[in-house]
Design a protein. Structure first.
Length: 334
C-alpha cells in the first residue's frame, strides 16, 4: 500500500474506503469531493482499493496525494488476489486505522458535510453498529426504464455507496462475503449480517450524490446476470430476502418463459392449436411486462423500441441466471 508523504502516526476518527475499477475520471471527481470535506483533515483518511489495478487509477491517486498541506491522508491499495467490490472493500477496511469505516463508491460525489453527518449520527446512537446515509440520484423527467431502475438505490435501506460502520462490527461478521463478485446484493448481505450484531440507523444529513451513469441500448438484458447473486443471498437469508428484497418469485417471468418453451415444443410436435394457445399466453404476459416498464417512463420511439425488445428477452434470460445461480449455490431459488 502506498500513501502520501504527509501521513502521520496519529490514528484518525474515520477511514473512508473507496473501491474502484478502471474509472479514473469518476474516481478523481469523488476524491476531489472527499478532500473538500468540512472535517478536520487529520481526523480522517482515504483508502482507495483498486480492484484493477491500473496505471491511470494510480496516477489519479498520486495527483490527489500531491495536494498542498491540509489535505487528508490518501492511501493507494492495489487489490490483486481477489475480484469484485466486496473483496476490494474488505482489503480497504482491514487496512483502515480508524474505529469507524465509511464506505462510498468511486462514482459518487460526497456532500461537504458527509463525514460530519455520518460520524454525528453514530455519536448520537452509541448502540448502532452502522448508519446509512442519504443517496441522491438525479434522473430525467420522465426517466428511462434504466434510470428508474438504477435510482432505486436511493431508496435502499442500506447501501455501500453511503454507509458508516463500526470497525468492531465488521470484525464480528467478517466483513463482506467475497463470493459476491459483482456490485450486487453484497450490501444487503452485509446489512443482514450486521443486524445480528446490533441495530442500523439512518444518518440524515450524510448525503452523497450518485449520478446515473450512461448506458448502452438494451443494457437491461445484460443486467439480468446479477440475479445469479440473488440466489446466494436467498440461500443465506431466505426469510429476510423475501421480507426486504423480493416478496415473491417473478411469476410473470415464469409465465412468459414456460409459455414460450411450451410453444416451441408443441410446434416441434406439430401440435399447432396448442402451440397457438401457448404463444398467446406468452404474447399477453410479455405485453403486460412491457406495459409495466413503460408506465411513467419516457415514450420516445427509441425507448419504446428498446422496451419492446428487452421485454421479450428479459424473462428467459433472467430465468436462465436464476437457475444457474440456484445450481451453483445449491439452493432451490424460485
Amino acid at each position: 500500500m502506498t500513501e502520501d508523504r504527509g501521513s502521520t502516526d496519529v490514528a484518525p476518527v474515520v477511514s473512508v474506503v473507496v473501491p474502484t475499477w478502471r474509472r479514473p475520471d469518476l474516481l478523481h471527481r469523488c476524491l476531489t469531493a472527499l478532500c473538500a470535506q468540512q472535517f478536520d483533515a487529520e481526523a480522517f483518511e482515504i483508502i482507495v482499493a483498486d480492484d484493477g489495478p491500473d496505471d491511470a487509477t494510480r496516477e489519479v491517486v498520486a495527483r490527489c496525494q500531491a495536494l498542498t498541506a491540509g489535505a487528508p491522508r490518501i492511501a493507494y491499495l492495489p487489490v490483486t488476489a481477489t475480484q469484485g467490490p466486496a473483496a476490494a472493500r474488505n482489503a480497504g477496511w482491514r487496512c483502515a486505522r480508524a474505529p469507524v469505516v465509511a464506505f462510498t463508491d468511486d462514482d459518487t460525489i460526497p456532500d461537504p458535510l458527509w463525514l460530519r453527518g455520518g460520524c454525528a449520527a453514530l455519536l448520537r446512537e452509541p448502540d448502532a453498529v452502522a448508519v446509512a446515509g442519504e443517496i441522491d440520484m438525479p434522473i430525467s423527467d420522465p426517466p428511462t426504464d434504466y434510470e428508474r431502475d438504477a435510482s432505486g438505490l436511493a431508496h435502499a435501506e442500506f447501501a455501500t455507496a453511503n454507509c458508516f460502520v463500526r470497525r468492531h462490527a465488521l470484525d464480528a461478521v467478517g466483513g463482506f462475503d467475497e463470493r459476491f463478485t459483482r456490485a450486487w446484493r453484497e450490501d444487503a448481505d452485509l446489512m443482514f449480517a450486521l443486524r445480528s450484531v446490533g441495530p442500523i440507523s439512518f444518518a440524515r444529513g450524510a448525503k452523497v450524490v450518485h449520478p446515473v451513469r450512461p448506458a448502452h441500448w438494451g443494457v437491461s438484458i445484460g443486467q439480468q446476470s446479477k440475479v445469479f447473486f440473488d440466489a446466494l443471498l436467498y440461500k443465506k437469508y431466505p426469510a429476510l430476502y423475501r421480507r426486504h428484497i423480493r416478496p415473491s418469485p417473478p411469476w410473470l417471468y415464469y409465465t412468459a418463459g414456460v409459455a414460450l418453451l411450451a410453444a416451441v415444443v408443441l410446434l416441434a410436435c406439430a401440435q399447432y392449436a396448442a402451440a397457438i394457445v401457448a404463444l398467446t399466453v406468452w404474447a399477453a404476459s410479455t405485453a403486460m411486462f412491457c406495459a409495466r416498464r413503460l408506465r411513467h417512463t419516457a415514450r420516445t420511439p427509441a425507448h419504446v423500441a428498446e422496451m419492446i425488445w428487452t421485454s421479450i428477452a428479459i424473462p428467459p434470460v433472467s430465468l436462465y441466471w436464476r437457475v444457474r445461480g440456484g445450481l451453483h449455490f445449491r439452493v432451490l431459488f424460485l
